[in-house]
Every structure is written in structure tokens, then in C-alpha cells.
Design a protein. Structure first.
Length: 140
């Protein structure tokens, strides 16, 4: 799928654009996904489990969280995208372009659910959850 995204991370260097030091394009497909797209995708991805939880489980917060985790891990791990990410045209790949896989998707999702790691960003705009999993969110 996204195996053609090249490059390796060069630590300690800031690129001219977000994702340059990761080998990503400046614009277009394979460019780093912007914050607006990422936040919108997250809102959509949270809305779906929240609605399912409200309809069948009286809005139980742990059910909502559990459904969110399952959708994130399966979507990102197997397809590289979730419903929300697909709607805003984002794909999650490992640095270098390989598919994320279930173990990396699980790590990424657990850190995402802790809320603080996505807010700790590097010079490319990747959150700690993406850095720990070795992933990057790119435009499709």
C-alpha cells in the first residue's frame, strides 16, 4: 500500500517542512498529515464508538473506550487507516512506508488513549504515540 514512502529518520536535524527528515514529500500524497485532518479524524473515530455505546450499552464509558481501542487497533493494524482517517484521507504507516501491523497499532492506541503522549510532539509534528510505534500519519 504505502511501501513506496521512503526515508529514514535523521535524529537531531529539523527539516524544511514537517516530515522532510523522515523522507516525506512536502505536499500531496505521502506528505505529513496536518493537525486539522488528524483532529477531525480522531473526532469521527470517537463519535462512532460513542454512538454504538449510547444505542446498545446506555453510553457506558468503558464500552465506548473499548470499542474505540478495537476500531483503532484493527483499522490501523490491518488496513493502515480507520473510518475517520479514511474520510479525511489519512493513512498511518511505519517510517519507511511499511504497514503498521497489530503490535505497533496496539502500542500506538494505548498511548493515544493516555491523552498526553499525542500532545508531546517533535519537530515534525509527530506525537509521542507515533514516535514510540515508529509510525507517521500521511496524506492519501
Amino acid at each position: 500500500m504505502a511501501g513506496w514512502v521512503g526515508g529514514t529518520e535523521r535524529a537531531g536535524q529539523l527539516g524544511k517542512w514537517p516530515g522532510e527528515r523522515l523522507g516525506l514529500a512536502q505536499e500531496g500524497p505521502t506528505a505529513m498529515a496536518g493537525w486539522g485532518r488528524r483532529v477531525l479524524a480522531l473526532v469521527i473515530d470517537w463519535f462512532i464508538p460513542a454512538m454504538v455505546s449510547n444505542v446498545w450499552f446506555q453510553g457506558h464509558s468503558l464500552v465506548t473506550l473499548g470499542l474505540f481501542v478495537v476500531l483503532q487497533v484493527l483499522g490501523v493494524g490491518l488496513l493502515g487507516t480507520t473510518i475517520g482517517k479514511r474520510l479525511v484521507r489519512i493513512q498511518v504507516v511505519r517510517v519507511g512506508g511499511a504497514m503498521t501491523g497489530l503490535p505497533k497499532a496496539l502500542l500506538r492506541t494505548v498511548l493515544l488513549c493516555l491523552i498526553v503522549p499525542p500532545l508531546v510532539i517533535d519537530g515534525d509534528g509527530r506525537g509521542l504515540h507515533d514516535r514510540a510505534a515508529g509510525t507517521v500519519q500521511i496524506r492519501m
